[in-house]
Each structure stands twice: as structure tokens, then as C-alpha cells.
Design a protein around this ligand. Structure first.
Ligand code: FAD
Length: 385
């Protein structure tokens, strides 16, 4: 649902401008760093980029899911290191507060999330059991007077080295059974017993810092528990994931659009004494296949986002959209490297090498492609029973 076309157009213009004038020129620099430079983050805050997902009554822009789909397709037309810095604050760092937070927690956190004063991270995945089995998590929180003591280790936590709040999911029903046994805690780096690991060296999104997070006899007060009673963490997590999967689809279409744009410029350019590469029909076929892929992903995304805004159950559609878009951008990236030839393989010659690496993580993040296929099949079979 587009609630306010003029406001959306202004937001898209704002994003297009920052991506084109500020971020794209600095992609090579950011790809060599393990974090975003401070001046880039300051500009993100000044331009209001953290506010889109927070409702207006808590100081944000309150964009609908469909409006955010357009925002996400625009903000990701450059190295994903940039958009990751804002996207937790738009999606998965906001939904748990909205769905499970007390009114006091919403009033305290959401306005600061909207300005970017608070940068959110979420910690679910655990190395021993694998991120696909979140319900079997081993991180525990035991009662300690009216507070809690947390123990456990999380991995792959995007933005953990730079975040100033971490949504830490832990088991509070120590029998280890049941989805109602998981609770979310809002932890602040600097708390005794909370340790942020060294930033990983990873395949892509180099400018997005990611690390392990450990809690070792980490004693926290009752106010750190999200909501007024324990046991609802898994429910809010799943709602956050549902929303973030739709967001991630848009964030996969943006890089595909950018790569095709780069390929059109490259293949269409005149060459001394030779026809442009685009004169070859097999190059045209790779461009056309990429366009078909992008348009199909875009149509799926907008349809799913509209249904989400209408309050319909989009469990299956969110998985279909997430699966298709994250697989699609990797197919497009592969074709575009091919169109560029070895220039697409060498970082000094084109941004394609970096974009190819950046987009690969989407097929694991917010649930692997295999887990989404299982979800789609499960939902289909429900109807067949
Ligand atoms: C870019 C990126 C950002 C991320 N950010 C975060 C973050 O901020 N916070 C966080 O907590 N996590 C984060 N993750 C982790 C992400 O949630 C996990 O990668 C994901 O849940 C999958 O878990 P895993 O990688 O441990 O794979 P595993 O669960 O160990 O799976 C390994 C393989 O087995 C397959 N598999 C597993 N179970 C089944 C099954 N039942 N049937 C068929 N196949 C199966 C998987 O598909 C995969 O191929 C991020 C990951 C990436 C790549």
C-alpha cells in the first residue's frame, strides 16, 4: 500500500542522491575497510535514512511494507556495506519492539532508532547448532532476583562491532522445550559479561562489521527483557524475520538493477575500430535474461508487500519472494561478470567483482534457500491435506 506517493517520491529522491553522489564514489574505499567511515554514518543520520521503518508516533516515517520495498530497491544500488548499516534499524531491529515491547520500551528506544542514535543488531545464530535451528538455541538466561544471568555464544551478528544495542535471544525455559521458552533481551555493549568478538574477515560486504557475541555470566536487570513477561521472544523474532525477508528481497533487486546498469554502459560503449560488445546476440541474451529475472522479482516483491500491508498471511509468499530474489541476484551477478569478461573479475577494473561477492550472503541470511523451499512446500501441503 502506498500511503503517501509524494512523501515516498521525496524519500526515493533523497536516497538516489546519496547513493549516486556519495556512496558509489566511495565503494572501493569502503570495500577495503572493516566498517563504514564516521562521516558516511553522520550523513546517513542527517538525511534521515534510519527513520523509514519506525512509526510516526515514535518519531519515524512509518513507511508501509510496499513503500519500504521501493526504498530498499533504491538504497541497495551500491555496495551492500552501506545499506546494511541502516536496514536493521528499518526492519528487524524495529519489529520486535513493535510486536513485543512494552509501551515504555517503545517510547524509549524507537525514537532513538529512528534518528540512528541507537544502531541495532540482532543475535540469534549459534555456531554449534547452525542458524537454521534457532528453536534449539543453547544460550540461556536464568532468573537472578528480579533480573537475569545470561550465558552463551552467538555468531554472524551483523553490525555487532558498531551497534549500541543488541537484541539477544536466549532460552528462559531451561527444560529446552517449546517455542514459548525463548525470550529477547536488549543488551548494551559495555555491560559486564557481554563480549563482542573481533570483526570477521568475510567474502563480501567488507564495510559491514560482523562478529560473534558472547555472554558469560552476564547479569542484567529486569528492564532489559523485551516485553512484560518471558517466553515471547520466538514469536516476535518470527514476525521480525517475516518482515525482514520481504525487505531483503528489495535489497537483492537493487544490486541486480545496478549491475545491469553497469553492464549496459559497458556493453553499449563504442570500442575503437570494433562493434560494442552489445552487438553480440549472446551478450544481448544475458542482458535480456537478467531483465526478465529482475522484473519477475519486482512483481513478486510488490505483490507480497501489498498483501502484508493488507494484513494477510504471507508466510509462503515471503519465502517465495525471498528465495526467488536472493537466488535471482546471484544469477544476474554471474551473467554480468561474464559480460564484463575478466574486467568483471578484477576489482581495479570494475565494481562488478565487489557486487558479485556482496550479494552472495543473501542466500543464507534470514534463512537459507533450502529452509525457504521447505517452508514453501509445508505451506503448499497444508492445502493438500
Ligand atoms: C550476510 C549475513 C548476515 C547475517 N546476519 C545475521 C545477524 O545479524 N544475526 C544472526 O543471528 N545471524 C545472522 N546471519 C546468519 C544467518 O541467519 C544464518 O546463516 C542462517 O540462519 C543459516 O544458518 P547457518 O549459516 O548456520 O547454516 P546451517 O543452519 O548450519 O545450515 C548449513 C546447511 O544445511 C542446510 N540445512 C540446514 N537445515 C536443513 C534442513 N532441515 N533441511 C535441508 N537443509 C538444511 C542449510 O540450508 C545450509 O545449506 C547472517 C548470515 C549472513 C550470510
Amino acid at each position: 500500500m502506498i500511503r503517501d506517493q509524494k512523501r515516498l517520491d521525496r524519500a526515493l529522491e533523497n536516497i538516489r542522491d546519496v547513493v549516486r553522489s556519495s556512496w558509489i564514489p566511495r565503494e572501493p574505499e569502503v570495500d577495503r575497510l572493516a566498517h563504514l567511515p564516521d562521516d558516511i554514518v553522520a550523513e546517513m543520520r542527517q538525511r534521515g535514512l534510519f527513520a523509514y521503518g519506525v512509526p510516526e508516533e515514535y518519531g519515524g516515517e512509518g513507511m508501509t511494507c510496499e513503500e519500504l520495498a521501493h526504498i530498499n530497491m533504491e538504497i541497495s544500488q551500491c555496495s551492500l556495506s552501506f545499506r546494511t548499516r541502516v536496514s536493521n534499524n528499518i526492519g528487524i531491529g524495529v519489529v520486535p519492539f513493535l510486536q513485543g515491547g512494552t509501551e515504555a520500551q517503545k517510547r524509549f528506544y524507537l525514537p532513538k532508532i529512528a534518528t540512528g542514535e541507537i544502531v541495532m543488531a540482532f543475535a540469534v545464530s549459534e555456531l554449534d547448532i547452525g542458524g537454521s535451528q534457532a528453536t534449539k538455541m543453547r544460550t540461556v538466561a536464568r532468573r537472578d532476583g528480579d533480573g537475569w544471568i545470561l550465558n552463551g555464544s552467538k555468531c554472524y551478528v551483523s553490525l555487532a562491532p558498531v551497534a549500541n544495542r543488541i537484541l539477544m535471544y536466549a532460552r528462559t525455559d531451561l527444560s529446552g522445550k517449546g517455542l514459548r521458552g525463548i525470550t529477547c533481551f536488549v543488551l548494551e555493549p559495555g555491560t559486564a559479561g557481554l563480549e563482542i568478538g573481533k570483526p570477521y574477515r568475510k567474502m563480501g560486504q567488507h564495510g559491514m562489521a560482523m562478529s560473534e557475541v558472547h555472554v558469560r555470566d552476564c547479569r542484567v536487570g529486569p528492564e532489559t527483557m523485551l516485553g512484560s513477561e518471558p517466553g515471547f521472544g520466538f514469536e516476535t523474532l518470527m514476525r521480525g524475520f517475516l518482515f525482514q525477508r520481504i525487505n531483503l528481497s528489495g535489497l537483492s533487486i537493487g544490486p541486480a538493477l545496478r549491475m545491469v546498469e553497469e553492464a549496459l554502459r559497458f556493453a553499449g560503449a563504442a570500442r575503437p575500430g570494433r562493434e560494442p560488445f552489445a552487438s553480440h546476440q549472446l551478450i544481448q541474451a544475458m542482458l535480456a535474461e537478467s531483465q526478465v529475472d529482475i522484473e519477475a522479482a519486482r512483481a513478486l516483491l510488490l505483490q507480497t508487500a501489498r498483501r502484508y500491508d493488507e494484513g494477510k498471511d504471507v508466510t509462503m509468499q515471503a519465502s517465495v519472494t525471498k528465495y526467488f530474489s536472493t537466488e535471482m541476484v546471484c544469477r544476474v551477478a554471474d551473467r554480468i561478470v561474464q559480460i564484463f569478461g575478466a574486467r568483471g573479475y578484477i576489482a581495479d577494473y570494475s565494481p562488478i567483482e565487489m557486487l558479485y561477492r556482496d550479494v552472495r550472503g543473501g542466500r543464507m541470511a534470514e534463512g537459507t534457500s533450502q529452509i525457504h523451499l521447505l517452508t514453501i512446500a509445508r505451506e503448499m501441503l497444508k492445502g493438500a491435506a
